[in-house]
Write a protein that binds this ligand. Structure first.
Ligand code: HSE
Length: 295
């Protein structure tokens, strides 16, 4: 018996919610198939779509690390074979490692007879984030597993809140062809912020959450600001401010760095504007001579 599961790409931080907010993307993501083996070992039998870049070693691969955490919790020594089909680019800021872990956990959970709820899978996926980038943040894995917008109110103990998604909201993902490791873009972050910055960030995250509940897209747009991570990280992403300027006139709600970058997300109130944002992005990156993929 083989079980296959899909888990979506995610946008973490969403500008104002550094390490505590993320949302899932429709359609784009990774697929993982799992089946029992008789050898009593956890092994990654193959990976497709990663150009040979991802490790197969069970202690380094995000899928097997996540499933191992799940088996540990069950006290099980069950052997499982894992096959990963990458749909997401690596090191892109689109929650690529999180989607692999989430798909692996969902498939393994079904294979094992659903011993865990979706919420209970999140801590296992966080273990794989620790391996992938040195930090066990949940703002990619939680929305990849639970869908929609998810707030991580606290990490210890983990307290997640699923948030409403305003009708008709679209996201354009702009992926410039540079690779940025999460560990590197975390290392450029300031260790301290001022009281004034803390007040600004709190105002924006509170405004953003209120906007989701009220379906108030004007408030959502005003709240899409980040004074913590963006000022340091934007310097690593060519075209970031040019794209922000270019989409000002087309009626999009705003843009920001997706997770730790280099992908830039643009939120729009409808599909036409989301499409236009993608066209603007292609123009911007053509001008600066950098390849780009738009989703
Ligand atoms: N919140 C994390 C960060 C997401 O910004 O480093 C990483 O994808």
């Amino acid at each position: 018996q083989s079980v296959t599961a899909f888990a979506p790409a995610t946008v973490a931080n969403v500008s104002c919610g550094f390490d505590i907010l993320g949302f899932a993307i429709d359609r784009l993501g990774d697929k993982v198939s799992v089946s029992f083996n008789q050898e009593g070992i956890l092994r990654v039998t193959g990976i497709e779509g990663d150009e040979g870049k991802l490790p197969l070693e069970p202690e380094k691969n995000t899928c097997s690390v996540a499933i191992q955490a799940m088996l540990n919790k069950l006290g099980s020594k069950q052997g499982i074979d894992i096959f990963l089909e990458k749909g997401l680019p690596l090191g892109s800021g689109m929650g690529s490692s999180a989607a692999s872990a989430a798909a692996a956990l969902e498939a393994a959970n079904v294979l094992l007879g659903n011993p865990f709820t979706k919420e209970e899978l999140v801590p296992f996926a966080m273990e794989s984030e620790r391996i992938a980038c040195g930090s066990a943040h949940a703002d990619n894995v939680a929305p990849s597993i639970l869908g929609g917008f998810v707030l991580i109110r606290d990490y210890d103990p983990l307290d997640m809140v699923k948030l409403p998604v305003p009708e008709g909201i679209f996201c354009t993902l702009v992926h410039p062809h540079i690779e940025l490791k999460t560990s590197d873009s975390r290392s450029v972050l300031r260790k301290q912020i001022s009281l004034k910055e803390s007040v600004m960030q709190s105002g924006n995250i509170a405004g953003f959450i209120a906007a989701l509940y009220k379906s108030d897209l004007a408030l959502l747009s005003r709240s899409l600001k980040d004074v913590i991570a963006e000022p340091s990280r934007a310097l690593l992403i060519p075209g970031f401010y040019e794209l922000r300027d270019a989409i000002k006139s087309i009626g999009s709600l705003g843009s920001g760095i997706s997770g730790s970058g280099p992908t830039i997300f643009v939120l729009s109130p409808n599909g036409d504007i989301a499409h236009e944002a993608g066209e603007k992005a292609k123009e911007v990156f053509q001008k600066i001579g950098l390849g780009v993929d738009v989703y």
